[in-house]
Design a protein around this ligand. Structure first.
Ligand SMILES: C[S@@+](CC[C@H](N)C(=O)[O-])C[C@H]1O[C@@H](n2cnc3c(N)ncnc32)[C@H](O)[C@@H]1O
Length: 525
């Protein structure tokens, strides 16, 4: 074993694990397993597995829909399909918490500690574009990766926030059907995957993590609707960060109960016998036997812990969510008069995104030229010309400065919160012209665009495009889609660039060239 585990950690695990200690310790000498999750917003897991370009093939992770093991010698992060958002590289055990959350299309879901977004992208896939995902993290820098990963995955119905949980509570009290708390933790279960975490373990005492976890869980509980489900997870072994946090929450919140996780896949039950909190009713301690531990010596994956909790419904009340359901008759969020609109303009209406452009938005050349920089007019002209297949989007348009977002239905007023993404970032109106975003390209299906240019993943042009090069346009690569009037668009202007049929960015067709419009921060280095 080459990893140097901290002595006090090993000594403690010896006491906790007893007879199992030797097997556990031996797992640090075993090779770690690598995982990826196929993005079912774009393709389905099994059909992708059958045609996967990874040389050693993909083997299913038993507990995760579209989750697969890949072989160490493959480099999936270096394949064009990664840049098309066809999969997310994720440690296999880390796929378990979002599976346990039981997300259904249409749910309102909060991922409270979400960066860099592995579980958020997994949740978004389960929502299938319906309902709402609020992905939050309190670390500003990390929310950039979070937003980017959601965009790479083509997620249309997410809002990204950068907040402390307590500041979210007044806005989202009893709002969510599902909440994931993938808590910051001492990371003991990840030492084999990432040895650098040992330094953090040595630096911070357990109380550093447990006080954070306690506060985050308390605030999360406030935001769960009665009848809703909350999953708490960590990638650590210490009972203080796992079973003790759950027993404590149960003692504080009699309206919460553990939903036992059935034993499967080699997962082990939580350990009431490791809880050493004083003054906690035995019932709450015993209940943690229904939580689950993933041990690296019992499964093919790293160490994890998860608890599934349900907020009970009061007798006689089916649901008491205090906020209107997205798109329901009480959904006033679409442009309610009198709401404070500071730097944000919201454009109401179910037809909002699909409406016809006004007279001002008449197309001139390959992109509409409007008389002022109203992003909505510019977008509508762009959409009419470039995206005849997109149709109306649910929710509303939100303009922030020059940026325009399609915000999913049912999002409450966010003013006062630090918002990283108000929804699906469509693009920016610059001097009246609409510049489509990379996020828009990634969230489209190829057939939604009026013009598309196609490359195969194994063609050198695919790599050149991903690296930001401008390419000669070979006419056979261009597909034009007729508009509603049956007429083909001009072969000039913005085109959606696709690899193996999946969008990877924009280009502009001009003078026999495909001018590369792939956003600079997204280019293959
Ligand atoms: C285990 S990581 C989350 C990993 C993420 N769920 C994923 O699957 O990619 C824990 C995250 O919690 C964030 N965090 C720490 N304290 C927080 C707090 N008080 N509120 C919200 N997020 C917090 C950290 O910045 C970190 O990104």
């Amino acid at each position: 074993m080459s990893i140097r585990l901290p002595e006090p950690f090993v000594a403690r695990m010896r006491v906790l694990l007893g007879d199992e200690f030797d097997d556990w310790l031996a797992s640090y000498g075993a090779p770690r397993r690598y995982g990826l999750r196929v993005n079912t917003l774009k393709t389905d897991g099994e059909s992708y597995r059958m045609r996967s370009p990874l040389s050693a093939g993909l083997k299913p992770v038993p507990w995760a829909e579209a989750g697969y093991y890949y072989s160490e010698e493959d480099r999936p992060g270096k394949h064009p399909h990664y840049h098309a958002g066809l999969y997310y590289i994720q440690e296999p055990s880390a796929m378990a918490p979002a599976e346990l959350l039981d997300v259904r299309p249409g749910h309102r879901v909060l991922d409270l500690c979400a960066a860099p977004g592995g579980k958020s992208t997994q949740i978004a896939a389960k929502l299938k574009g319906q309902g709402l995902l609020v992905a939050n993290d309190n670390a500003r820098e990390r929310t950039k990766a979070l937003a980017r990963n959601l965009e790479l995955a083509g997620v249309r119905n997410a809002v990204v926030l950068n907040e402390e949980p307590e500041r979210l509570v007044p806005v989202f009290r009893a709002f969510f059907d599902r909440i994931l708390v993938d808590a910051p933790c001492s990371g003991e279960g990840m030492f084999r995957k990432d040895e650098s975490m040992i330094a953090d373990w040595l630096r911070y005492p357990a109380a550093h993590w447990t006080s954070m976890q306690r506060e985050i869980l308390r605030h999360a509980a406030e935001m769960l609707a009665p009848g809703g489900v909350l999953v708490y997870s960590t990638c650590t072994f210490s009972p203080e960060e796992n079973e003790e946090r759950i027993a404590e929450l149960l003692a504080e919140r009699p309206d919460f109960e553990v939903v036992p996780v059935p034993p499967a896949h080699g997962w082990a039950p939580g350990r009431p016998d490791w809880v050493s909190l004083e003054g906690i009713d035995r019932r709450h301690v015993d209940a943690v036997a229904g939580t689950v531990r993933l041990w690296p010596h019992r499964i093919e994956g790293e160490g994890h812990y998860a608890a599934v909790l349900r907020r009970k419904v009061e007798a006689g009340r089916e649901s008491v969510a205090v906020n209107p359901r997205p798109g329901g008759p009480d959904d006033e969020s679409a442009g309610t008069p009198g709401r404070p609109r500071l730097k944000t303009r919201q454009y109401a209406g179910r037809r909002g995104n699909g409406g016809k452009p006004g007279q001002r938005g008449k197309a001139r050349g390959y992109i509409a030229n409007v008389s002022d920089a109203d992003p909505v007019d510019a977008w509508r002209s762009f959409q009419e010309e470039l995206l005849p297949g997109l149709g109306g989007l649910p929710g509303r348009l939100v303009a922030v400065g020059e940026k325009l977002y399609a915000q999913p239905a049912g999002v409450p007023e966010l003013s006062g919160l630090s918002v990283v993404r108000h929804g699906w970032l469509l693009g920016e109106a610059r001097r009246g012209r609409f510049a489509p975003s990379q996020a828009l390209a990634m969230g489209l299906a190829a057939e939604e665009a009026a013009r598309r240019v196609e490359y195969g993943a194994d063609e050198p042009e695919a790599l050149k495009y991903l690296k930001g090069e401008t390419l000669p346009l070979e006419p056979e690569r261009l597909t034009l889609r007729p508009g509603e009037d049956g007429r083909l668009p001009d072969a000039a202007g913005y085109a959606l660039v696709c690899i193996d049929g999946y969008p990877v960015g924009w280009g502009k067709l001009r003078d026999g060239l495909l001018i590369n419009e792939r956003a600079p921060g997204w280019r293959w280095m």
